[in-house]
Design a protein around this ligand. Structure first.
Ligand SMILES: [Fe+2]
Ligand SMILES: [Fe+2]
Length: 352
């Protein structure tokens, strides 16, 4: 009795039969062709592999033992060439160890010759059905993963948008320009990339670093925009921008805002512990804060501010060097000098 062919399987599946017993290969091929399958035969392993390289097959039925290359090698290579291919191994003897090895290598079934026509059909239908289910499942997984990636991108976009709006508010209020703010994000991203941080982290840094001085919104104009030197009282007031920034950005569980808060709070800490607001030292200062410290000072020195004129880059670089191990993390400063051409490139692209 012939079973109904191809039920729940793919349309016109293509099957390769590799067997050095030529009459048997032909017989299997005839049986399956009558059921509507597209059958190809090869009578040794090398020509089987050649066909597998040249054509797409849904199912491989291979003899386990053949002269030269074994059926197990074909199985391995076939799955390497096409991980979606279903494989049925056919053996002249019932060898338990060989059967287990075949299944371990990805075969869907192991049948012993002489095979019964029904047994062959059942195994072929099951193998193709399982292959279809596995392919559907992996496509569904890929679809889900893409969906999650898209949602993550969307969440990130909206978080970045919040920061961009906050940055715009900040620009109205104090001495730092929008160009400075953007440059800091890009410098920080480039530095973090050079330091080996993952792409996701470097992108977050690019979005969060521009917020480092958002707390200046809370500093009175008379102090913030005062040209010239500040009194020590006024300097204390200015220092509060770190704490105010931390308050503005804190209190949420949005990772990007958490990072921005962290940077706002720590970008004036110094490697030797003499910074503010908490006098943290060395690696007590979170790495994003240490990265932004270098980027911020460099950019501030080489651009005009209310209270000072821009200085030549050469002099700014000398000041940075002098700050290695006192103001700045030496490792991050080294990274900064290593990517100086990229930093200059950012600077020339975002002038102002
Ligand atoms: Fe600051
Ligand atoms: Fe700044």
């Amino acid at each position: 009795m012939a079973l109904p062919p191809q039920e729940n399987t793919v349309d016109q599946p293509r099957i390769l039969i590799v067997d050095d017993e030529i009459p048997l290969a032909r017989l299997i091929s005839r049986w399956l062709e009558v059921e509507g399958y597209d059958c190809w035969t090869a009578h040794d392993a090398p020509s089987g592999l050649e066909l597998l390289s040249a054509e797409h097959f849904d199912l491989l039925i291979s003899n386990v033992r053949m002269p030269g290359l074994s059926g197990l090698s074909i199985l391995e290579q076939a799955r390497k060439k096409n991980p979606d291919i279903a494989v049925i191994m056919a053996a002249a003897v019932d060898d338990r160890e060989m059967a287990i090895r075949s299944l371990q290598l990805g075969a869907y079934a192991y049948i012993v010759k002489p095979m019964d026509q029904n047994e062959l059909f059942i195994n072929v239908i099951n193998a193709l059905k399982r292959r279809r289910l596995e392919m559907d499942n992996s496509r569904y997984q890929e679809h889900l993963e893409e969906l999650v990636r898209e949602q993550t991108r969307e969440i990130r976009r909206s978080q970045e948008e919040i920061l961009v709006r906050l940055t715009a508010a900040e620009e109205y209020r104090h001495d730092e320009t929008g160009a400075h703010i953007r440059r800091i994000g890009l410098y920080a991203e480039a530095l973090a990339h050079h330091l080996g941080l993952f792409r996701e982290q470097t992108e977050m840094l690019r979005a969060a670093a521009p917020m480092h001085d958002v707390g200046k919104i809370g500093i009175p104009d008379a102090v913030l925009l005062k040209p010239g030197k500040l009194t020590s009282e006024e300097f204390k007031t200015i220092q509060q921008h770190t704490v105010i920034g931390g308050r503005i950005l804190g209190g949420t569980d949005i990772p990007l805002l958490g990072l921005a808060q962290n940077i706002a709070l720590t970008h004036h800490e110094k490697w030797d512990g003499s910074g503010y607001p908490n006098g943290l030292a060395a690696t007590e200062i979170p790495e994003p804060g240490r990265i932004v410290a270098v980027a911020d000072v460099y950019d501030a020195l080489i651009h005009d501010r209310v209270y000072k004129r821009a200085m030549p880059e050469e002099k700014a670089l000398d000041i940075l060097c002098e700050g290695s191990g006192s103001h700045f993390d030496p490792r991050i400063l080294d990274a900064f000098f290593s990517i100086l051409p990229a930093i200059r490139d950012i600077r020339s692209k975002i002038a102002g």
